[in-house]
Design a protein around this ligand. Structure first.
Ligand code: UFG
Length: 341
């Protein structure tokens, strides 16, 4: 019998790559997704890559009763991976109510429904944004958590606090919160990748869309940071490596290997790249010159973020295998494939 995992937001960017890794590792997957920021075609893509079509329930997790009904139907699940959330930083600054409502209603309905069904393992999609502007680098899980700049980021910080309370109150309930650094890249097949809605906010989709002629030019936000070339440093991580960490986390929970009821892990490579280094690598790998221009800093950006990977390596037994060149080449392959859609 395959073990069943419920994946909320499983049609999204990180969710869909995780579904592939789960299926590859012989789990049965149930996706709960309202398709508000994802596409039903993702199910075809997952099936093409794995040969298996995951079970799919179209459901808005803000709806308490429908969420309970979905969990009751899949009460035999052994764990939940919760990706479903809004994630655009600037949009959250414009519309905090929408962000707090969506991200917390979905989180709380999911937790309530799974507790009711006795599903005791929960993996949460968190973010390095909870470290704010870190005082020391690389960032370990012991680094101080700060009030994030954006309402989006704050939903991640508060969600982790909610989880602290929930594991205390519910004996046997275990959770792992995964703090992602900067996920980029696409499935190596070229059949699955990020589908940003409208104008991308993030660097890599903006780069590939500019190179593809969809956007006129890339704006590089600031070249006056205290870094080697003045542009900001981030820890980019391949989405397939990130997905693999979720499988490791699921197994750790199922096999009851966790040392605390709530564990937190950074997911990054430990390597920081500046914006200009990413652009240069892109130009080298694709042999396409990129039209870019330096402009002022973007509000809320911090100069440098990169992870200490020690804890994830020691406790999850997880290490990244794909480097910046793989991240760029797969992102570009996906962008080129999208043209033929
Ligand atoms: N950048 C540009 N031009 C662009 C887009 C981005 O120069 O058009 C720069 C940014 O200023 C930043 C770097 O590229 O220095 C990376 O920017 P992203 O928007 O790709 O990623 P962020 O680091 O800003 O944000 C990401 C996630 C958030 C998460 C945050 C945690 O998108 O969800 O990391 O730090 F909150």
């Amino acid at each position: 019998m395959k073990q069943k995992i419920i994946v909320t937001g499983g049609c999204g960017y990180i969710g869909s790559h995780t579904v592939i890794e789960l299926i590859t590792h012989q789990f049965e997957v149930v996706i709960l997704d309202d398709l508000s920021n994802s596409n039903i075609k993702t199910l075809d893509r997952i099936e093409k890559i794995t040969g298996v079509r995951p079970i799919f329930e179209e459901i808005d997790l803000k709806d308490t009763e429908k969420t309970k009904a979905a969990f009751s139907k899949h009460a035999d699940a052994v764990a939940v991976i919760h990706f479903a959330a809004y994630k655009a930083v600037a949009e959250s600054v414009q519309n905090p109510v929408m962000y707090y409502k969506n991200n917390f209603f979905s989180l709380l309905n999911t937790l309530e429904a799974q507790l009711q069904e006795g599903i005791h393992n929960f993996i949460f999609s968190s973010s390095a944004t909870v470290y704010g502007n870190p005082k020391t680098l690389p960032i370990t899980e012991e680094n101080e958590v700060q009030r994030p700049f954006s309402p989006y980021g704050n939903t991640k910080k508060i969600a982790e606090e909610i989880l602290e309370d929930i594991v205390k109150a519910n004996t046997g309930f275990s959770s792992i919160s995964l703090r992602y650094f900067n996920p980029i890249g696409a499935h190596t097949s070229g059949d699955l990748g990020e589908l940003p809605n409208g104008i991308p906010n993030n660097l890599m989709p903006y780069i590939t869309q500019t190179a593809a002629g969809i956007r006129k030019e890339l704006q590089v936000f600031g070249d006056d940071y205290d870094t080697k070339d003045g542009t900001a440093i981030r820890d980019y991580i391949h989405v397939v490596d990130l997905a693999d960490a979720h499988v490791k986390a699921v197994k750790r929970l199922i096999h009851k290997e966790q040392e605390q009821a709530l564990e937190i892990f950074n997911l990054g490579t430990g390597n920081g790249y500046t914006v200009l280094e990413v652009i240069q690598s892109f130009e080298k790998i694709t042999e396409k010159p990129l039209n870019y221009r330096i402009v002022g800093r973007r509000a809320g950006d911090v100069p440098a973020l990169y992870a200490s990977t020690k804890m994830a390596k020691e406790k999850l037994g997880w290490e990244t295998t794909l480097g910046i060149d793989d991240m760029i080449s797969t992102s570009w392959k996906w962008e080129e494939n999208l043209k033929n859609e």
